[in-house]
Design a protein around this ligand. Sequence first.
Ligand code: ZN
Ligand code: MN
Length: 266
Amino acid sequence: MTSVFLEDLDAETYSAMVAKEGSTVIIPTGATEQHGPHMPLGVDAMLSRAIAGVVAESAGALVAPVFSYGYKSQPRSGGGNHRVGTTSLGAAALTGMVDDVVSSFLAQGFKNVVVLNGHFEIYQFIYEGLDNAVDRARTRFTGSSPRAILLSYWDFVDEATLGKVFPEGFLGWDIEHGGVLETSLMLLLHPEKVDMSRVVDHPPAKLTPYDIFPEDPARTPASGCLSSAKGASAERGQLLLDAVTTQVAGALKGELLLGNITLEVQ
Ligand code: ZN
Ligand code: MN
């Protein structure tokens, strides 16, 4: 058994892993969302899945199939839900899906659930579904005390790494949609899916400190990117990946009673 991705496992191998002490499943969440002319629609899902894979190998966890539809993209963080290519779920559907999937993993016997998020706007809806599922499991299964962690991977990029990846100064995660962070990670993890000859070169989007309804398409840069990815490189992607995966794995080891469910099972 070499894969940490549970969709690759047969049911008997999977069930032996779930039954182990400290068994942990990581659910990556992303979106189907335009990311400018130089990257595919699946960036958020591809990145959370790949990062979850590295963390799972280090922490002894399994990775669940990725959530590929996100909550509505917004002009102040993802270009907006009006953009062609962006295909989103609403709050009730998302919260229900997270609740159902987490409940099912806990009922099968996982001791820990981690949601590793890659899409800015989805966070609070995962929070709601996860909180409800864990709360219900703790009352339903006597003697069981499942734990869960929710995180967005970019929150683990430390100051030192930020200084190296953004030498001209870091302007905030909200304008990083289609920018240096995501493009550098894609250049490292899925280089064949990035076309650097099509990277836009425009100043960072000017964002209002409020939302308007309906969305005004004129306020999103025509490229769909909220900043330029010109400074992106695989080397910067490696700095980001190392910082994120080391610190996420460290957080999991500190917060959860982890087993090592992947390495020695046939
Ligand atoms: Zn993205
Ligand atoms: Mn996104």
